[in-house]
Design a protein around this ligand. Structure first.
Ligand code: SAH
Length: 221
């Protein structure tokens, strides 16, 4: 398909379909108009397999291969809203690039995004899709995100899109004073979306709501 036409979308990927998703997110409690505008603009169908593109604007997670999923739009919106709730951030570290969709949304809201993915095939594909959309303020790394990315830190914000059993201390250490870490914490059976704010050497932790992410694994693949 013609590139322009494909990005704009037709039928189940058209602007009307995207607007319905935005309306649904608003009903579900997402209030940031700027974020809702961006979700209405970023072509989520580009980040899923063509065979699933007709479902790209449903509020649901979808398979992206390698046993992983693209997060549900509500989850992307909620985590982004919490990350930015105290004001704009300049540099954000994302652990779990996956499809690159959350990366694309973030890239529109912050100056610089650093994203780490442990599966090479996903990291490569996400980079290709983001380039195609003209996104230039993202740096990519194929590595174990448990280690963060100390050479590029400290970060104003960190977002983790897979669930560790406990808050990884290495990540907290890569936050600026006053920095915010948004992540799910827990097991497959029970997970909570959590906000950790760093204040000097203290960590202030707030549980937001139940969550359902793939586990944060170790090492590279
Ligand atoms: N935000 C992504 C979510 C993908 S699912 C999206 O919406 O597409 C979570 C991702 O985290 C998967 O791609 C998985 O491979 C990755 N992941 C799991 N453990 C990781 C680790 N230790 N370091 C980096 N990435 C990890």
């Amino acid at each position: 398909m013609d590139k322009e036409l494909d990005l704009r979308g037709v039928g189940m990927t058209s602007q009307r379909t995207r607007d319905r998703l935005v309306a649904r997110l608003r009903e579900r409690g997402i209030t940031s108009e700027r974020l809702l505008d961006i979700i209405g603009e970023v072509p989520r169908h580009v980040f899923v397999d063509e065979a699933l593109s007709h479902r790209a604007y449903e509020d649901t997670s979808l398979p992206i291969g390698y046993n992983q999923t693209i997060s549900r739009p509500y989850t992307v919106a909620r985590m982004t809203e919490i990350l930015l709730a105290a004001g704009p951030l300049s540099s954000v570290l994302e652990i779990g690039t996956g499809s690159g969709y959350q990366t694309a949304v973030l890239s529109r809201l912050v100056d610089r995004v650093y994203t780490v993915e442990r599966i090479q095939g996903l990291a490569d594909r996400a980079r290709t899709h983001l380039r195609r959309l003209g996104v230039r303020n993202v740096q990519y790394k194929h590595d174990d995100g448990n280690l963060g990315w100390s050479e590029r830190g400290p970060f104003d914000g960190i977002i983790v899109t897979a669930s560790p059993r406990e808050v990884p201390t290495e990540l907290v250490q890569q936050l600026v004073d006053g920095g915010r870490l948004v992540l799910p914490v827990g097991t497959d059976q029970s997970q909570q979306l959590t906000l950790v704010c760093r204040s000097g050497d203290e960590m202030v932790t707030e549980v937001i709501e139940d969550a359902n992410f793939v586990p944060l694994l170790g090492g590279r693949a």
